[in-house]
Design a protein around this ligand. Structure first.
Ligand code: ASP
Length: 276
């Protein structure tokens, strides 16, 4: 059994600036996941490691690079899901957590809960950084730039993780799809692992990530077909964005209906693709 990993660095109008740095960060994230998967590590650890690299890079709208809400504050969301057990964890609205994806992982592994929000999530995360840690850009950051990863490990287990600063200038307290299982993130060994990016409200209203898995399960659709159909549902209500997904046979789909989507993938057989 071989392994596969796919990542996204957000959907939308891709800015030309820092393209090389973004490409390098995506490659480093692929490498971080590949090191774990090559050593027969689990898909959950692989997607978490990849997302940490992207959160720490400051180049995407997640972790260090997260955009601000309308009040000029950061409110970060993330989630992770284990396709082997359907266990999941998420955090929403955390303001000073360095790696929201790791907080989500701990929610999954160390609590009986799925989603922690706000101050409680913050205290639980124990990863407080100073406000100055976050990158401030004079130009309003692009609305998109969320990060996510999906993986199939050598034992046939699937996992997905997503992390974001949300939509820029969002109302304080707004939560998007990224920390919500079934909307921005889903993984089930029976079907696929999915991480989405785009207009979160549309992803929530269509249960985008779960819709991909459900189409495979109930309609017997292939992953690429299910992923495209689910995205058409997002478009039908005026949303745009994209997703990365992998099925239990290691087939990858990375469709988007936005002008662009930063993405990358790699398999044990060495096929590597990067579009920053
Ligand atoms: N889906 C994210 C949100 O709505 C934003 C994005 O992917 O760009 O919070």
């Amino acid at each position: 059994m071989s392994w596969t990993v796919a990542l996204h660095g957000g959907a939308g109008v891709l800015s030309r600036s820092r393209k090389k740095e973004k490409k390098d960060a995506l490659l480093r994230a692929l490498d971080a996941a590949a090191a774990i998967l090559d050593a027969k590590g689990g898909a959950v650890d692989a997607v978490a490691a990849a997302v940490v690299v992207l959160e720490d890079s400051g180049l995407f709208n997640a972790g260090r690079g997260a955009v601000c809400n309308a009040a000029g504050a950061h409110e970060l969301d993330a989630s992770i899901m284990d396709g082997a057990t359907l266990q999941a964890g998420g955090v929403a609205g955390v303001r000073r957590v360095r790696n929201p994806v790791l907080a989500a992982l701990r929610v999954m592994r160390e609590t009986p809960h799925v989603l922690l929000i706000g101050a409680g999530a913050e205290r639980f995360a124990r990863q407080r950084v100073a406000e100055a840690y976050f990158v401030r850009s004079k130009k309003r950051a692009a609305r998109h730039g969320t990060v996510g990863a999906v993986a199939l490990d050598a034992n046939g287990n699937l996992a997905a993780a997503t992390s974001t600063g949300g939509t820029s200038a969002k109302l304080p307290g707004r939560v998007g799809d990224s920390p919500l299982v079934g909307a921005g993130t889903y993984a089930d060994n029976a079907t696929c692992a999915v991480s989405g990016t785009g207009l979160g409200e549309a992803f929530m209203r269509t249960a985008l990530a779960y819709d991909v898995a459900a189409r495979m399960r109930y309609l017997g659709e292939s992953l690429p077909r299910a992923a495209r159909a689910a995205l058409r549902g997002v478009a039908a209500i005026g949303g745009d964005g994209g997703l990365v997904a992998v099925d239990r046979r290691g087939r990858i789909a990375m469709p988007f209906n936005s002008p662009g989507m930063a993405r990358a993938s790699l398999s044990a057989r060495g096929r590597r693709q990067v579009e920053p």
